[in-house]
Design a protein around this ligand. Structure first.
Ligand code: CA
Length: 227
């Protein structure tokens, strides 16, 4: 069963959407505030999110930002004005589709189907497993195993590993790694990467003091060993 989370503060709208989506065979959960919605996302693990832009607590933009740090969850954004939509598309903030209010519930159901179909196709068509030595990195599931054992990585550590292994042998500067692992990079904060690398090595390396996967390149940054 496909589960949909709706984050929308207009309760009447939630009721109508829920009715139509449930009739179409989906399981629907909802929240009326952005912060509650993020908590629900963690707890309910939905397959798709219908997200209002203007929300109390945390707004829709910030909700999207938070989710995109850790997940490719399909997001259908609801906006009150067309101008708002143009601005959002300009921001390329990571929503999969937009619907402007007012809309018909039928239109929402059709868009939900389309977005889910697209999301399904992407995960089937793109190779999402990276295998290096004993490490297997599943980019879709955000899961890493070493010799078949699951390693518990934080989102930052996972992104760091995904960046390094995207081009084994290439030297990444600390600033590049900061940007790739956290989405933003400020000069002066490059050294925070060292702490993340230390933690990552402790989980990934067989002997963290004698790393064979993640190599330090003195004065520059790090690279993943080309095997
Ligand atoms: Ca609203």
């Amino acid at each position: 069963m496909v589960k949909i989370l709706i984050i929308e503060d207009e309760i009447e709208l939630v009721k109508v959407l829920k009715l139509y989506l449930e009739k179409a065979g989906y399981i629907v959960v909802s929240a009326t505030r952005g912060d509650d919605g993020l908590a629900k996302w963690e707890a309910e693990k939905p397959d798709l999110l219908i997200l209002d832009l203007n929300l109390p607590g945390v707004d829709g933009l910030e909700v999207t930002r938070q989710i995109r740090k850790r997940s490719d969850l399909p997001i259908l954004m609801l906006t009150a004005r067309v101008e708002e939509m143009d601005r959002l598309i300009g921001l390329e903030l990571g929503a999969d589709d937009y619907i402007s209010k007012p809309f018909s519930p039928r239109e929402v159901v059709a868009r939900v189907r389309a977005v889910l179909r697209r999301a399904g196709n992407i995960s089937r068509n793109e190779a999402s497993l990276v295998t290096i030595g004993e490490l297997v990195i599943n980019l879709d599931a955000h899961q890493v195993t070493r010799a078949g054992k699951i390693l518990e990585l934080t989102p930052t550590e996972f992104n760091l590993l995904a960046a390094l292994t995207s081009q084994p042998g290439r030297v990444f500067t600390r600033l590049q790694l900061l940007e790739q692992s956290q989405g933003t990079a400020y000069e002066g904060y490059e050294r925070t990467i060292d702490a993340h690398i230390k933690n990552l090595r402790a989980k990934v390396e067989i002997d963290p003091h004698n790393p064979k996967y993640i190599e330090t390149v003195f004065g520059i940054g790090y690279r993943f060993h080309r095997s």
